[in-house]
Structures are given as structure tokens and as C-alpha cells.
Design a protein around this ligand. Structure first.
Ligand SMILES: [Zn+2]
Ligand SMILES: [Zn+2]
Length: 150
């Protein structure tokens, strides 16, 4: 019988191989295969989970959460991003939470500041700020070298 731990370590290694760490945001950005769902792009990887008999394509942010907790989660369980970067698989940026909390994070992203989530962790503000700058640049067609240092 194989140890579950070996399977999680294998998946973790696969995730690490195909991602790049962004020191500015703390995000571990997936560079492997991707698929679009609604307006968001998610990373995907074909692996076999410890209790499964065959390999299957999984969203990498969900795999990252499963590796972190060493526990398999079902489809009803929603893994969201504290950093609002759908391609991020940093263990500290993926979090299991309800749809309503997840939706509220989009509001934080729009405002560029975390509005708080009761007992749930705060959004990762560094990335929010970066995105805020990006939206500003895009919206007002400001030269990309211009930073908003406020
Ligand atoms: Zn992140
Ligand atoms: Zn927030």
C-alpha cells in the first residue's frame, strides 16, 4: 500500500516544476496548461489523487490547497484566491471558503483594498494594489512606467 504522503509530495513537485514565484506579489504563478471558466483562466494538471484509481485533470489551485492540507476535497468545496490571481498556487494564497465570501473578495479587488471578511483571512493587499495600478493604467491609458505610489 502506498503512502498518501508520497502522492501529495509528487503532486507538489509537479506544481512547483511548472510555476514561477513572483517576489513582488508572493504569488506562485502557474505556467502549465490552462483552461478558461467564465471570464477566469485556471491552471490544470492531470494527476491521480491518493484515493483515485486513475489520473484526471484537476484545477491546480485546488490541487495546491489539497497538497497544503494533505486532504482531498469534493466538488462542492470552493477554493478561492486571497490574491485575486486565478493562476496563483501559492499555499498561503489559496483558501477554502463559501461562495459569498469569495464573491465579496471581488469587491475588495474592485476597490483595491480589503474590506474584511469576519473570521476569514484578509485578501493579500500587495496584489490588490498591483492590480489597482494595472486597472488605472488600462482605464486612463497612462504610460505603464508611471506608478501610483499612494
Ligand atoms: Zn497569489
Ligand atoms: Zn478582502
Amino acid at each position: 500500500m502506498e503512502s498518501k504522503h508520497i502522492v501529495w509530495s509528487y503532486i507538489e513537485r509537479k506544481l512547483a516544476e511548472k510555476s514561477i514565484f513572483n517576489a513582488d506579489t508572493g504569488c506562485l504563478v502557474w505556467r502549465g496548461a490552462k483552461s478558461s471558466r467564465k471570464s477566469l483562466v485556471y491552471g490544470k494538471l492531470r494527476v491521480r489523487l491518493p484515493t483515485h484509481h486513475a489520473s484526471k485533470s484537476h484545477y491546480v489551485h485546488r490541487l495546491a490547497y489539497m497538497c497544503k492540507t494533505q486532504t482531498e476535497i469534493s466538488h462542492e468545496n470552493r477554493v478561492s484566491h486571497l490574491c485575486n490571481n486565478s493562476l496563483c498556487i501559492a499555499p498561503g494564497h489559496v483558501h477554502l471558503e463559501t461562495l459569498s465570501v469569495n464573491v465579496r473578495r471581488r469587491t475588495c479587488f474592485q476597490f483595491g483594498v480589503c474590506l474584511g471578511h469576519d473570521s476569514e483571512p484578509h485578501c493579500v493587499s500587495m496584489y490588490l494594489f498591483k492590480n489597482c495600478t494595472f486597472i488605472y493604467v488600462k482605464q486612463f491609458n497612462v504610460h505603464t512606467n508611471k506608478q501610483i505610489n499612494r
